[in-house]
Ligand binder design. Structure first.
Ligand code: DP6
Length: 324
Protein backbone atom coordinates (compact mmCIF):
# COMPACT_ATOMS: atom_id res chain seq x y z
CA UNK A 1 0.00 0.00 0.00
CA UNK A 2 2.59 2.48 -1.13
CA UNK A 3 2.61 5.16 -3.84
CA UNK A 4 4.82 8.10 -4.80
CA UNK A 5 3.75 11.28 -6.57
CA UNK A 6 5.42 14.47 -7.75
CA UNK A 7 3.68 17.85 -7.88
CA UNK A 8 5.04 21.16 -9.10
CA UNK A 9 4.26 24.39 -7.33
CA UNK A 10 2.23 27.14 -9.00
CA UNK A 11 2.16 30.91 -9.11
CA UNK A 12 -1.15 32.75 -9.14
CA UNK A 13 -1.78 35.14 -12.03
CA UNK A 14 -5.18 36.12 -10.66
CA UNK A 15 -5.00 35.67 -6.91
CA UNK A 16 -6.97 33.58 -4.45
CA UNK A 17 -7.49 36.00 -1.57
CA UNK A 18 -10.11 35.23 1.06
CA UNK A 19 -12.14 32.25 2.21
CA UNK A 20 -15.86 31.83 2.57
CA UNK A 21 -15.38 28.57 4.51
CA UNK A 22 -12.20 28.11 6.49
CA UNK A 23 -12.71 24.48 7.34
CA UNK A 24 -13.31 23.34 3.78
CA UNK A 25 -10.93 25.90 2.22
CA UNK A 26 -13.64 27.39 0.00
CA UNK A 27 -12.52 30.65 -1.61
CA UNK A 28 -14.42 33.90 -1.93
CA UNK A 29 -13.18 34.22 -5.51
CA UNK A 30 -11.87 32.19 -8.44
CA UNK A 31 -8.17 32.29 -9.37
CA UNK A 32 -5.84 31.47 -12.27
CA UNK A 33 -2.27 30.16 -12.05
CA UNK A 34 0.68 28.73 -13.94
CA UNK A 35 2.20 25.49 -12.74
CA UNK A 36 5.99 25.87 -12.78
CA UNK A 37 8.61 23.44 -14.00
CA UNK A 38 11.42 23.94 -11.46
CA UNK A 39 9.97 23.80 -7.96
CA UNK A 40 8.32 20.63 -6.74
CA UNK A 41 7.57 18.17 -3.97
CA UNK A 42 7.96 14.40 -4.26
CA UNK A 43 6.02 12.47 -1.64
CA UNK A 44 5.80 8.77 -0.88
CA UNK A 45 2.99 7.47 1.34
CA UNK A 46 2.96 3.96 2.75
CA UNK A 47 0.04 2.73 4.86
CA UNK A 48 1.16 -0.01 7.23
CA UNK A 49 -0.37 -2.41 9.65
CA UNK A 50 1.10 -2.40 13.17
CA UNK A 51 2.19 1.22 12.95
CA UNK A 52 1.25 2.99 16.20
CA UNK A 53 1.03 6.46 14.66
CA UNK A 54 1.73 8.42 11.48
CA UNK A 55 5.33 9.37 10.78
CA UNK A 56 6.34 12.32 8.57
CA UNK A 57 9.87 12.73 7.21
CA UNK A 58 10.56 16.00 5.42
CA UNK A 59 13.84 16.23 3.49
CA UNK A 60 15.14 13.20 5.43
CA UNK A 61 14.35 14.66 8.83
CA UNK A 62 11.61 13.82 11.24
CA UNK A 63 9.16 16.72 11.00
CA UNK A 64 8.33 19.12 13.80
CA UNK A 65 5.15 18.53 15.76
CA UNK A 66 3.35 21.43 14.03
CA UNK A 67 4.28 20.33 10.51
CA UNK A 68 3.37 16.76 11.31
CA UNK A 69 -0.05 17.67 12.70
CA UNK A 70 -1.08 19.46 9.47
CA UNK A 71 -0.16 16.40 7.44
CA UNK A 72 -1.71 13.86 9.82
CA UNK A 73 -4.98 15.79 10.03
CA UNK A 74 -5.08 15.90 6.26
CA UNK A 75 -4.49 12.13 6.10
CA UNK A 76 -7.52 11.72 8.39
CA UNK A 77 -9.69 13.16 5.58
CA UNK A 78 -8.29 10.58 3.14
CA UNK A 79 -8.64 7.76 5.68
CA UNK A 80 -12.27 8.69 6.15
CA UNK A 81 -12.84 8.63 2.37
CA UNK A 82 -11.41 5.15 2.05
CA UNK A 83 -12.68 3.74 5.34
CA UNK A 84 -9.27 2.70 6.62
CA UNK A 85 -7.74 3.29 10.02
CA UNK A 86 -4.19 2.39 9.07
CA UNK A 87 -1.38 4.76 9.92
CA UNK A 88 1.21 5.79 7.35
CA UNK A 89 4.83 6.72 6.83
CA UNK A 90 5.05 9.86 4.69
CA UNK A 91 8.37 10.75 3.12
CA UNK A 92 8.61 14.12 1.38
CA UNK A 93 11.35 15.75 -0.61
CA UNK A 94 10.70 19.44 -0.99
CA UNK A 95 12.46 21.32 -3.78
CA UNK A 96 10.71 24.61 -3.29
CA UNK A 97 12.79 27.61 -2.26
CA UNK A 98 10.44 28.71 0.52
CA UNK A 99 12.76 31.67 1.00
CA UNK A 100 11.75 32.73 -2.53
CA UNK A 101 8.23 33.31 -1.34
CA UNK A 102 6.94 30.13 -2.92
CA UNK A 103 4.46 28.34 -0.77
CA UNK A 104 5.57 24.74 -0.48
CA UNK A 105 2.03 24.00 0.68
CA UNK A 106 0.70 24.02 -2.92
CA UNK A 107 3.03 21.32 -4.25
CA UNK A 108 3.16 19.65 -0.83
CA UNK A 109 -0.55 18.98 -0.45
CA UNK A 110 -1.00 18.18 -4.15
CA UNK A 111 1.71 15.49 -4.00
CA UNK A 112 0.43 14.16 -0.68
CA UNK A 113 -3.17 13.88 -1.95
CA UNK A 114 -2.12 12.05 -5.10
CA UNK A 115 0.26 9.64 -3.35
CA UNK A 116 -2.09 8.84 -0.46
CA UNK A 117 -5.14 8.36 -2.72
CA UNK A 118 -3.17 6.04 -4.99
CA UNK A 119 -1.71 4.07 -2.08
CA UNK A 120 -5.28 3.40 -0.90
CA UNK A 121 -6.52 2.59 -4.45
CA UNK A 122 -9.08 5.38 -4.23
CA UNK A 123 -9.23 5.94 -8.01
CA UNK A 124 -10.19 9.60 -7.79
CA UNK A 125 -10.80 11.66 -10.92
CA UNK A 126 -8.54 14.71 -11.38
CA UNK A 127 -11.42 16.90 -10.20
CA UNK A 128 -11.88 14.85 -7.04
CA UNK A 129 -8.14 14.96 -6.45
CA UNK A 130 -8.19 18.73 -6.88
CA UNK A 131 -11.02 19.06 -4.32
CA UNK A 132 -9.07 16.86 -1.93
CA UNK A 133 -5.79 18.80 -2.29
CA UNK A 134 -7.72 22.03 -1.69
CA UNK A 135 -8.49 20.88 1.85
CA UNK A 136 -4.78 20.90 2.71
CA UNK A 137 -4.12 24.35 1.23
CA UNK A 138 -6.32 26.24 -1.22
CA UNK A 139 -3.66 26.85 -3.85
CA UNK A 140 -2.79 23.10 -3.87
CA UNK A 141 -5.93 22.33 -5.87
CA UNK A 142 -4.34 24.10 -8.87
CA UNK A 143 -1.09 22.07 -8.74
CA UNK A 144 -2.91 18.88 -9.80
CA UNK A 145 -2.85 20.24 -13.36
CA UNK A 146 0.00 21.44 -15.55
CA UNK A 147 0.25 24.66 -17.54
CA UNK A 148 -2.40 27.35 -17.16
CA UNK A 149 -5.03 26.47 -14.58
CA UNK A 150 -8.23 28.00 -13.24
CA UNK A 151 -9.74 27.26 -9.82
CA UNK A 152 -13.47 27.87 -9.96
CA UNK A 153 -14.73 29.10 -6.65
CA UNK A 154 -17.87 26.97 -6.81
CA UNK A 155 -21.23 27.59 -5.20
CA UNK A 156 -21.95 24.45 -3.20
CA UNK A 157 -21.63 24.39 0.58
CA UNK A 158 -19.85 21.01 0.49
CA UNK A 159 -17.15 22.33 -1.88
CA UNK A 160 -17.51 19.60 -4.48
CA UNK A 161 -17.62 22.18 -7.27
CA UNK A 162 -14.71 24.22 -5.91
CA UNK A 163 -12.07 22.57 -8.08
CA UNK A 164 -9.45 23.48 -10.65
CA UNK A 165 -9.26 22.64 -14.33
CA UNK A 166 -6.70 23.22 -17.05
CA UNK A 167 -7.10 26.21 -19.37
CA UNK A 168 -4.08 25.48 -21.58
CA UNK A 169 -1.44 22.70 -21.39
CA UNK A 170 2.13 23.66 -20.49
CA UNK A 171 3.54 22.85 -23.94
CA UNK A 172 1.08 25.12 -25.76
CA UNK A 173 2.47 28.47 -24.64
CA UNK A 174 5.96 29.04 -23.31
CA UNK A 175 6.47 32.17 -21.24
CA UNK A 176 9.21 32.95 -18.73
CA UNK A 177 8.61 33.43 -15.03
CA UNK A 178 11.61 34.86 -13.18
CA UNK A 179 11.50 34.39 -9.45
CA UNK A 180 13.32 37.32 -7.90
CA UNK A 181 14.56 37.00 -4.35
CA UNK A 182 15.20 40.25 -2.56
CA UNK A 183 16.94 40.89 0.74
CA UNK A 184 14.19 40.64 3.34
CA UNK A 185 13.36 39.77 6.88
CA UNK A 186 11.19 36.80 7.84
CA UNK A 187 7.54 37.57 7.03
CA UNK A 188 5.34 38.02 10.04
CA UNK A 189 1.89 37.29 8.68
CA UNK A 190 1.07 34.08 6.81
CA UNK A 191 -1.16 34.28 3.74
CA UNK A 192 -3.80 32.34 5.69
CA UNK A 193 -3.87 34.89 8.48
CA UNK A 194 -3.50 37.84 6.09
CA UNK A 195 -6.46 36.89 3.91
CA UNK A 196 -8.64 36.25 6.96
CA UNK A 197 -7.90 39.64 8.47
CA UNK A 198 -8.52 41.32 5.10
CA UNK A 199 -11.90 39.63 4.58
CA UNK A 200 -13.00 40.47 8.12
CA UNK A 201 -11.83 44.07 8.38
CA UNK A 202 -10.84 45.76 5.10
CA UNK A 203 -13.38 48.08 3.45
CA UNK A 204 -11.37 47.63 0.22
CA UNK A 205 -12.23 43.93 0.08
CA UNK A 206 -15.60 44.65 -1.53
CA UNK A 207 -13.75 46.44 -4.37
CA UNK A 208 -11.64 43.32 -4.84
CA UNK A 209 -14.74 41.14 -5.13
CA UNK A 210 -16.51 43.58 -7.45
CA UNK A 211 -13.72 43.48 -10.05
CA UNK A 212 -12.46 39.90 -9.79
CA UNK A 213 -14.76 38.43 -12.43
CA UNK A 214 -13.59 41.00 -15.00
CA UNK A 215 -9.95 40.20 -14.15
CA UNK A 216 -10.59 36.46 -14.47
CA UNK A 217 -12.31 36.95 -17.81
CA UNK A 218 -9.47 39.07 -19.20
CA UNK A 219 -6.83 36.59 -18.04
CA UNK A 220 -8.75 33.63 -19.47
CA UNK A 221 -9.11 35.36 -22.85
CA UNK A 222 -5.44 36.37 -22.88
CA UNK A 223 -4.32 32.80 -22.15
CA UNK A 224 -6.57 31.23 -24.78
CA UNK A 225 -5.45 33.76 -27.42
CA UNK A 226 -1.82 33.77 -26.12
CA UNK A 227 -1.86 37.54 -25.87
CA UNK A 228 1.09 38.19 -23.55
CA UNK A 229 0.61 41.93 -23.05
CA UNK A 230 -3.06 41.57 -22.27
CA UNK A 231 -2.20 38.87 -19.73
CA UNK A 232 0.63 40.89 -18.20
CA UNK A 233 -1.50 44.00 -17.73
CA UNK A 234 -4.26 42.21 -15.85
CA UNK A 235 -1.81 40.07 -13.81
CA UNK A 236 0.10 43.11 -12.54
CA UNK A 237 -3.06 45.10 -11.81
CA UNK A 238 -4.63 42.17 -9.98
CA UNK A 239 -1.57 41.68 -7.76
CA UNK A 240 -1.47 45.37 -6.86
CA UNK A 241 -5.16 45.29 -6.06
CA UNK A 242 -4.73 42.32 -3.74
CA UNK A 243 -1.95 44.14 -1.89
CA UNK A 244 -4.10 47.27 -1.68
CA UNK A 245 -6.81 45.37 0.21
CA UNK A 246 -4.42 44.71 3.12
CA UNK A 247 -3.62 48.38 3.54
CA UNK A 248 -7.23 48.87 4.56
CA UNK A 249 -7.28 46.04 7.13
CA UNK A 250 -7.38 46.56 10.89
CA UNK A 251 -4.61 46.49 11.88
CA UNK A 252 -3.16 47.22 8.42
CA UNK A 253 -0.23 45.19 7.10
CA UNK A 254 1.86 44.77 3.97
CA UNK A 255 4.42 42.31 2.61
CA UNK A 256 6.57 44.67 0.55
CA UNK A 257 10.09 45.68 1.51
CA UNK A 258 12.39 48.16 -0.18
CA UNK A 259 13.75 45.47 -2.54
CA UNK A 260 10.19 44.68 -3.65
CA UNK A 261 9.73 48.30 -4.75
CA UNK A 262 13.10 48.30 -6.49
CA UNK A 263 12.09 45.32 -8.63
CA UNK A 264 8.67 46.80 -9.43
CA UNK A 265 10.32 50.02 -10.61
CA UNK A 266 12.86 48.14 -12.70
CA UNK A 267 10.07 46.22 -14.42
CA UNK A 268 8.38 49.53 -15.24
CA UNK A 269 11.69 50.91 -16.58
CA UNK A 270 12.13 47.90 -18.84
CA UNK A 271 8.61 48.37 -20.09
CA UNK A 272 9.32 51.99 -20.91
CA UNK A 273 12.29 50.72 -22.93
CA UNK A 274 9.85 48.66 -24.97
CA UNK A 275 10.19 45.21 -23.40
CA UNK A 276 6.87 43.57 -22.52
CA UNK A 277 7.50 42.57 -18.90
CA UNK A 278 5.17 42.49 -15.88
CA UNK A 279 5.35 41.52 -12.21
CA UNK A 280 3.23 39.75 -9.63
CA UNK A 281 3.73 39.41 -5.87
CA UNK A 282 2.23 36.95 -3.38
CA UNK A 283 2.10 37.12 0.38
CA UNK A 284 5.81 37.91 0.71
CA UNK A 285 8.52 40.37 -0.29
CA UNK A 286 9.77 38.55 -3.39
CA UNK A 287 8.61 39.31 -6.90
CA UNK A 288 7.82 37.09 -9.86
CA UNK A 289 8.53 38.70 -13.20
CA UNK A 290 6.82 37.53 -16.40
CA UNK A 291 8.29 38.03 -19.87
CA UNK A 292 8.56 36.34 -23.24
CA UNK A 293 11.34 33.74 -23.64
CA UNK A 294 13.16 35.92 -26.21
CA UNK A 295 13.53 38.70 -23.59
CA UNK A 296 14.43 36.38 -20.72
CA UNK A 297 18.19 37.01 -20.73
CA UNK A 298 17.89 40.80 -20.94
CA UNK A 299 15.34 40.89 -18.12
CA UNK A 300 17.43 38.50 -16.00
CA UNK A 301 20.48 40.73 -16.31
CA UNK A 302 18.56 43.92 -15.62
CA UNK A 303 17.15 42.42 -12.42
CA UNK A 304 20.52 41.17 -11.20
CA UNK A 305 21.99 44.68 -11.37
CA UNK A 306 19.70 45.81 -8.54
CA UNK A 307 21.50 46.05 -5.17
CA UNK A 308 18.78 44.29 -3.20
CA UNK A 309 18.33 41.36 -5.58
CA UNK A 310 20.00 38.25 -4.18
CA UNK A 311 19.02 35.62 -6.72
CA UNK A 312 16.89 35.17 -9.83
CA UNK A 313 15.59 31.73 -10.83
CA UNK A 314 13.99 31.36 -14.24
CA UNK A 315 11.01 29.01 -14.61
CA UNK A 316 8.64 28.00 -17.39
CA UNK A 317 5.22 26.33 -17.43
CA UNK A 318 5.43 22.82 -15.97
CA UNK A 319 3.47 19.58 -15.73
CA UNK A 320 0.72 18.48 -13.36
CA UNK A 321 0.83 15.47 -11.04
CA UNK A 322 3.04 12.58 -12.08
CA UNK A 323 3.36 9.20 -10.37
CA UNK A 324 6.82 7.76 -9.83
C1 DP6 B 1 -1.36 35.11 -2.07
O1 DP6 B 1 -3.13 28.59 -0.64
O2 DP6 B 1 -1.23 29.32 0.85
O3 DP6 B 1 -0.43 33.02 -2.75
O4 DP6 B 1 -5.53 28.06 1.58
O5 DP6 B 1 -4.82 29.18 3.69
O6 DP6 B 1 -3.39 27.39 2.68
P1 DP6 B 1 -4.38 28.51 2.43
O7 DP6 B 1 -3.60 29.63 1.62
P2 DP6 B 1 -2.62 29.54 0.38
O8 DP6 B 1 -2.77 31.06 -0.15
C2 DP6 B 1 -2.22 31.51 -1.31
C3 DP6 B 1 -2.42 32.99 -1.41
C4 DP6 B 1 -1.65 33.67 -2.51
C5 DP6 B 1 -2.46 33.74 -3.80
C6 DP6 B 1 -2.64 32.47 -4.59
O9 DP6 B 1 -1.77 31.57 -4.57
O10 DP6 B 1 -3.64 32.40 -5.30
Amino acid sequence: MKATAKANTNIALIKYWGKRDEKLFLPMNGSISITLDRFYTITAVEFKRDLQKDVFLLNNQLSSEAEGQKVFRFLDIIRELSGTDLNAVITSENRVPTAAGFASSASGFAALSAAAAKALNLELSEKELSALARRGSGSACRSIYGGYVEWQKGERADGKDSVAHQLLPEDRWNISILSVMVASKQKKISSREGMKRTVETSPFYTGWLQTIDTDLQKAREAIISKDFEKLGRVVEANALKMHATMLGATPPFFYWQSGTMEVMEQVQNLREDGIPVYFTIDAGANVKVLCLPEDEQKVYEALLTLPSVKEVITCHPGAGITYL
